[in-house]
Design a protein around this ligand. Structure first.
Ligand SMILES: N[C@@H](CCC(=O)N[C@@H](CS)C(=O)NCC(=O)O)C(=O)O
Length: 212
């Protein structure tokens, strides 16, 4: 399989981490959404990453749809999203907050990368910042109440943990969201636990500010 997109994207990275955890080999198209835009568009009309080309030649886009495919591929026993019920709903909710926070972080970065200084709109950036930090706080509070040594859902690591850790590491690298060490302490503990695992270490990369 070919996974397109750089690992400094939390959306690409959560797919890469998942494939490594599940022992699914893949080739890495380490292409930039700025410099390699045209090349990426040959695989995805949106020019977005991650895009996964499966062994059957299927081109899959959107990290959630790719993860859905991967879970189906490995079967219900190994799938990383809880199958049904309250745990599945909780995991999906936490993942929506984590990916939402990451998207709001990406928007702040793109405001700088793709817009000339005279066209930037600070109230919009401030709104993104508020949405991002409110989502991170909600995940952090939830884990703090649950117990910081726990996984987010159930008794084993799930896609909720992978997604939350990838989003948090990205936002920290790109925007220093936890510069104040008391902020997001529970989430930081979870991310550190995840980041110590080989699948995370093998996909850890320096954040590169997006450029045209
Ligand atoms: N909802 C998408 C978000 C993906 C996303 O925002 N990817 C960024 C890189 S972090 C991208 O491709 N940006 C280029 C663009 O949107 O023009 C997913 O989960 O796959």
């Amino acid at each position: 399989m070919l996974l397109i997109g750089m690992f400094d994207s939390p959306f690409v990275r959560r797919v890469a981490v998942t494939m490594k955890l599940l022992d699914l080999p893949f080739e890495h198209g380490n292409w930039s959404v700025g410099r390699d835009f045209d090349r990426i568009r040959e695989y995805n009309p949106l020019g977005r990453v991650p895009t996964l080309v499966t062994n059957d030649g299927l081109k899959l886009m959107e990290s959630a749809a790719i993860l859905d495919y991967i879970d189906e591929l490995v079967g219900p026993e190994r799938a990383l999203l809880p199958r049904s019920g309250a745990e599945r709903r909780q995991a999906l909710n936490l993942m929506a907050m984590a990916t939402g926070a990451a998207e709001k972080g990406v928007m702040q970065l793109y405001e700088r990368a793709f817009r000339p200084e005279s066209k930037r709109h600070e109230p919009w950036v401030e709104r993104c910042r508020l949405q991002m930090s409110a989502s991170l706080s909600a995940i952090d509070r939830y884990l703090g109440e649950r117990g910081v040594s726990q996984w987010l859902v159930g008794k084993r690591m799930t896609q909720a943990d992978i997604t939350a850790a990838c989003a948090f590491t990205f936002l920290n690298d790109a925007l220093r969201v936890a510069a104040d060490s008391v902020m997001y302490a529970s989430l930081a503990t979870l991310a550190a636990r995840c980041e110590s695992l080989p699948a995370f270490q093998e996909t850890r990369t320096a954040f590169l500010a997006p450029a045209n």
